[in-house]
Design a protein around this ligand. Structure first.
Ligand SMILES: [Zn+2]
Ligand SMILES: [Zn+2]
Length: 419
């Protein structure tokens, strides 16, 4: 199967973070068939470092669905419960460095469009899973990784090629758990990339900057439910405490030394007009270009939630459900990427550094590699997109796929050669 066919397969089977049983299962099957040594399940992901895990019911439902749709039961079994990370290793003929490439596999909780101008719909590969959609091109990332893997299996090189397929990039969750497992601890060079982001097909950036520090929170407010007519004074109004926190979180000032964002994206509580709400929950996030400023935002958010809860005599808990940090790209690897790009005919423009203003959880892998003395970069590979990332009509230009595969092959040729 070529990259386009694979991408369409993954697009149809769009699975959200930590439920990628069909996607990761297929990935394991193919990598094994190419001759890679593959570890997955609990061997590839640290159980207690998984953040923002779906509840047991959702995990099991997605697992059963993958089995019904043809997942290999022995492989899927080892991923059951949300262990959907995959690491593949191929050793070269001689000793040499360990070079790793990272691909993310998860979809988003979006109902995919069935409009007549939405290509995945008109071409019959719209998501078959209600409410899940590949709207960030991770279907293509996985497909590129597998096509690249197949080609590398017949190449001769020195050193070790390592391919990391991670779950749950959205929400900043999966890479952290794989980094904590130590999957990149032996890596000398790590190459990550994203398709799209407004960059046209034929243009490539060898590195990127401006990735935001992000923290995602789930706050629980516990009050006491009571009859709103008979005895409202006996109640403790959880929704009022949460609503008060919401207003004050959005009133945190901007910072002079960093771009910042705060957003309460979901507030939920209560059940009926005649009941004082006994429980409320809030989903929110903070972002900043400067890491220390995001830490200060977190301190203020915690203080606001604490004092709002106290004002209404509520108990509260705050869970961190995900996050990301900024990414630093090493110049040496950026140059390698640009040199590799210059040998791909379809790449018309190769630029050094793209400025992103999103969050990307590959930061936990790049940081770990760099802390241990290795090098890392995060490239952007152009692909025209008719609608923005995370939109229900998002799509990519599939012409980017063979370009990406060839670029990765060239990077491998430059980094996995005898020294
Ligand atoms: Zn995304
Ligand atoms: Zn993405």
């Amino acid at each position: 199967m070529d990259a386009v066919t694979l991408r369409r397969f993954f697009h149809r089977h769009a699975e959200v973070g930590f439920t990628e049983f069909r996607t990761a299962g297929k990935t394991v099957e193919l990598l094994q068939s190419f001759g890679y040594q593959v570890s997955y399940g609990k061997d590839a992901i640290d159980e207690s470092s998984r953040r923002g895990l779906p509840d047991d019911g959702q995990l099991e439902e997605a697992y059963q669905r993958a089995l019904r749709d043809g997942a290999d039961p022995d492989i899927a079994q080892r991923m059951r419960g949300g262990f959907t990370g995959v690491v593949a290793v191929l050793k070269g003929k001689q000793e040499g460095p360990t070079v790793a490439f990272r691909f993310d596999m998860d979809a988003l909780p979006i109902q995919e469009s069935s409009d007549s101008d939405h290509v995945p719909h008109t071409n019959g590969f719209r998501s078959i899973y209600d409410g899940s959609m590949h709207a960030c091109a991770h279907d293509a990332h996985t497909a590129i990784g597998l096509d690249f893997a197949k080609r590398m299996a017949s190449r001769s090189f020195s050193g070790t090629l390592k391919l990391i397929f991670q779950p749950a990039e959205e929400g900043g969750r999966g890479a952290y758990a794989m980094a904590q497992k130590g999957v990149v601890d032996d890596v000398d060079k790590l190459i990550c990339f994203h398709l799209g982001l407004g960059v046209p097909v034929g243009t490539v950036y060898g590195g990127s900057t401006g990735w935001l520090n992000v923290t995602k929170y789930l706050a629980h407010f516990h009050g006491y439910a009571a009859h709103s007519g008979l005895s409202p004074e006996q109640g403790r109004h959880a929704l009022l405490g949460a609503a008060s926190a919401l207003l004050h979180i959005h009133a945190i000032p901007r910072f002079g030394k960093s771009d910042t964002r705060v957003n309460v994206g979901k507030l939920e509580g209560g059940s009926s007009s005649n009941i004082v709400p006994g429980y409320a929950k809030m989903l929110l996030e903070t972002r900043a270009t400067v890491e220390e400023v995001n830490a200060e935002l977190e301190r203020r958010v915690r203080n606001i939630i604490k004092t709002s809860a106290e004002m209404y005599e509520l108990d509260y808990e705050i869970e961190i459900t995900g996050g990301a940090k900024s990414i630093r790209c090493d110049e040496e690897l950026v140059s390698v990427a640009l040199q590799a790009a210059s040998n791909v005919e379809a790449i018309r423009a190769a630029e050094p550094i793209f400025t992103a203003s999103a969050g990307e959880d590959a930061c936990f892998l790049t940081e770990r590699v760099q802390n241990l003395g290795g090098l890392a970069t995060y490239m952007i590979i152009g692909s025209d997109i008719p609608y923005p990332h995370h939109n229900e009509k998002f799509d990519i230009d599939e012409a980017a796929l063979p370009i990406a595969v060839e670029l990765l092959e060239n990077i491998a040729a430059l980094t996995l050669n005898p020294s």
